[in-house]
Design a protein around this ligand. Structure first.
Ligand code: 3PG
Length: 341
């Protein structure tokens, strides 16, 4: 019975491009159709400045770049519908606006990380947010590893549910790690070294090989990880490692071709520079051409790269999570998911 309800919808619009927004369009459309109105909550980036007054107009230029106004405009284009962007944090005024709006209205609040309480999981802020609606839906898997007020604490004050995308993330990632079609190959690149080690620990009994690339520091290279394949050659610039080399990419591809399940998070090299994209390109092609494997990729950079190569359609599931996907794979409790339970 949603038709008379105002729904708060937590999404993650924290990307330069729109792919995360596209992934949750089915949820947004569903709730617009079913609910009285929808109030979207999100964060963007990591603002340096906290809004002391109620207005986001007082922000520095750098933090102004973290306004969600462009996302309101983009969402409006996707849905072909007016989205009312609310840039102040006058919660009493917002509630008045939302509760008096006509059926089918959609609102997007300004970046919640402009408020001090968001990242502190403040119950005061959570209560203020909960006051703006009647039910709450979390469809922001990518931030569900953060104990933030609009992700975790808010569920104490209002009936809370998982959105379609969050549900699908949990189902697909669970499928890949709980009882994977063997052999399970896990490709870990990118920068977050600690997270990679935790994923290794959690999956080492299920996975047959871990293929490691990305920003490799000495700590990782010196560890004796039985199931990890480490690079045997590198591409460098001014003495710095920028990519794994062609021989490594070829060795990794051999493993990928045999896989029954493939999980990939993080590029193998510094793909911001064309000349260091080679290994990630080759591995992407090998992953895509293994048609018998169940394949999941995640992490913003990896996803965008595969999309640019036109290979994303060959992947069974694209996770919207970066750090969140790694935490899930590492078996960590995720505050946003725990709160819904
Ligand atoms: C992400 O992009 O991974 C999420 O939005 C979380 O962002 P954060 O790492 O700044 O919390």
């Amino acid at each position: 019975k949603l038709s008379d309800k105002i729904c708060l919808l937590r999404l993650d619009f924290n990307t330069e491009n729109n792919w995360r927004m596209e992934a949750v369009l089915p949820t947004i459309r569903f709730l617009i159709k079913k609910c009285r109105s929808v109030v979207i909550l999100s964060h963007k980036g990591r603002p340096q400045q906290i809004v002391k007054s109620r207005m986001s107009k007082v922000l520095s230029r750098a933090d102004k770049g973290l306004s969600l106004r462009p996302q309101a405009e983009q969402l409006s284009r996707f849905l072909d519908k007016k989205i009312t962007f609310i840039e102040d944090f006058d919660f009493v005024g917002i509630r008045r606006k939302v509760f008096s709006a006509k059926k089918g209205s959609v609102f997007l609040l300004e970046n919640l990380r402009f408020l001090e309480g968001e990242e502190k999981n403040s119950v005061v802020l959570a209560k203020q947010l909960a006051f703006l609606g009647e039910i709450y839906v979390n469809d922001s898997f990518a931030v569900s590893h953060r104990a933030n007020a609009s992700v975790a604490a808010i569920t104490k004050f209002i009936p809370a549910y998982a959105g379609f995308e969050l549900e699908s993330e949990i189902k697909n990632l669970t499928k890949a790690i709980k009882d994977p079609k063997k052999p399970l190959i896990v490709i870990l690149g990118g920068v977050k070294i600690e997270d990679k080690l935790q994923v290794y620990d959690n999956l080492k009994n299920k996975a047959s090989k871990f293929l490691i690339g990305g920003a490799l520091d000495k700590k990782l290279l010196n560890l004796k990880l039985k199931k990890a394949l480490l690079p045997v050659d590198f591409s460098t610039e001014k003495g710095r490692v920028m990519d794994v080399g062609p021989e490594t990419a070829e060795i990794y591809c051999k493993e990928i071709r045999k896989a029954g399940t493939i999980i990939w998070n993080g590029p193998l090299g510094n793909i911001n520079k064309n000349k260091f994209q080679n290994s990630t390109k080759l591995v992407a092609k090998c992953v895509a051409s293994n048609t018998k494997a169940f394949k999941i990729i995640g992490g913003g950079e990896t996803v965008m790269f595969l999309k640019k190569m036109g290979l994303d359609k060959k992947i069974n599931f694209i996770s919207t999570g970066g750090g969140a996907m790694l935490d899930f794979l590492a078996g960590k409790k995720m505050p946003g998911i725990k709160a819904l339970k």
